[in-house]
Ligand binder design. Structure first.
Ligand code: ATP
Ligand code: MG
Length: 384
């Protein structure tokens, strides 16, 4: 009896001709996730099987599998030869000993001498005989023992389906650059795009010495947590202090945030080009704060050619918080820190500034020189 983890994949099967490509990327991502733990991974029609692992690693292996996008569900079970005796013994090993249950058989091998109902009945009867406290309930059982008769002469026997992360394998939907702050929203935005198969790179703006190293380290920690789902191995940082000082000195105070965002987007577009990213990603949600109005979005989109993806645009704060808790970024996000957006924050930021007014104010600055200067401060920090 060989211990196995059975991994079923999600939307990949919908991809027709690209299926081979999706499966390859998925396999590579699984291997990356399981790296460092002894195991063997192989594909058998429509599933991946993890075998040859140490019993004590099973929990960690499952935790890692649960984070890989494209995993629909997974189960811990055993793999045995497909004769009835071996299957019954395997069922015994995964079966509960009391409560209600049923046996549920799936036959990939349609030539198997017993039908699914026959197997359900026979194995069910043997379990009942061995565990007197068990009762059959085919409608709403507390437990199900699953038998999966494979085409290669083996049977997989397991007791539970655990939910995977869903989505598509990271790397199958292009590459995006996440503008990551230390807040709650942007990490969730990166997660959402990775879930749709996008490889995510990270860019953070700081205003040292107004913001300190702790603020930066916090972002690195966030990106490290995120990278377990999204891939990516560095965070790029760019210093925008001089830009903020210039805006503060020369432009209408109510436009501070609006103008800073336009600089952020311009810089991000150049960083994206360097990294081969095809879009920018932000954690904006419509109406959440003064700068996240349609006017704010229009003003920042106006300075870039790349599409800007805002996967949280229709989310309420509670929904974002719930997601952040699930991903594991929330506890870090709520630690106190100074974000560059809160430096020089005007008392009354403009909520619906006209683009013509913004552009007029911006003419007081040497935009190109400031962008080039900021790019010169770019640093990269490893996540591992
Ligand atoms: P978050 O929780 O992600 O910080 P927020 O609700 O605080 O979002 P804003 O401060 O208006 O909203 O920022 C909107 C978006 O702009 C962020 O989600 C993020 O994508 C980007 N952003 C803001 N500050 C920074 C920063 N210092 N570095 C990189 N990106 C930033
Ligand atoms: Mg923020």
């Amino acid at each position: 009896m060989e211990k196995v983890i059975i991994i079923r994949y999600a939307e990949i099967h919908l991809k027709g001709k690209n299926r081979g490509y999706f499966e390859r990327v998925f396999g590579v991502n699984l291997e990356k996730a399981l790296k460092g733990l002894r195991h063997e991974l192989r594909r058998t029609s429509g599933r991946y099987l993890v075998t040859a692992f140490r019993e004590e690693d099973a929990e960690e292996l499952c935790a890692r599998i649960a984070r890989v996008f494209g995993v629909h569900s997974y189960s811990v079970g055993v793999r045995v030869p497909n004769d009835l005796e071996s299957i019954a013994a395997a069922a015994m090993s995964v079966s509960p000993q009391s409560g209600t249950f049923k046996v549920d058989t799936h036959r990939a091998d349609k030539r198997y001498p017993m039908t699914s109902p026959e197997l359900n009945a026979e194995v069910g009867a043997r379990l009942l005989a061995s565990f007197p406290a068990l009762k059959v309930d085919v409608r709403a059982p507390q437990h199900t023992v699953f038998l999966d008769i494979r085409e290669d002469g083996s049977a997989l026997v397991f007791g539970m389906f655990c939910e995977g992360a869903g989505g598509m394998p990271v790397g199958t939907s292009s590459k995006g650059l996440l503008l990551i702050s230390g807040g709650i929203d942007s990490p969730v935005a990166g997660y959402m795009m990775a879930k749709r198969g996008m490889e995510v790179k990270y860019l953070h703006f700081h205003s040292y010495p107004y913001t300190n190293e702790q603020a930066r380290d916090k972002v690195i920690v966030l990106a490290r947590i995120l990278s377990r789902y999204t891939g990516g191995d560095t965070v790029a940082t760019v210093k925008v202090t001089h830009i903020q000082e210039e805006i503060h000195k020369k432009c209408a105070a109510e436009l501070n945030v609006t103008l800073l965002r336009r600089f952020m987007f311009r810089i991000a577009e150049r960083v994206a080009a360097r990294q081969g990213a095809k879009c920018l990603i932000t954690g904006e949600s419509l109406g959440q704060v003064a700068s996240q109005t349609m006017e704010g979005i229009t003003s920042s989109n106006a300075v870039v050619r790349l599409p800007v993806l805002r996967p949280l645009i229709g989310f309420d704060k509670e929904e974002i918080v719930a997601r952040a808790k699930k991903i594991g970024t929330y506890e870090t996000s709520v630690l106190p820190y100074e974000d560059c957006c809160t430096v020089f924050l005007p008392e009354f930021p403009a909520i619906k500034p006209k683009l013509s007014y913004i552009e007029e104010e911006e003419k007081k600055l040497d935009v190109e020189a400031l962008v080039a200067e900021a790019l010169g401060t770019m640093e990269e920090f490893p996540l591992r």
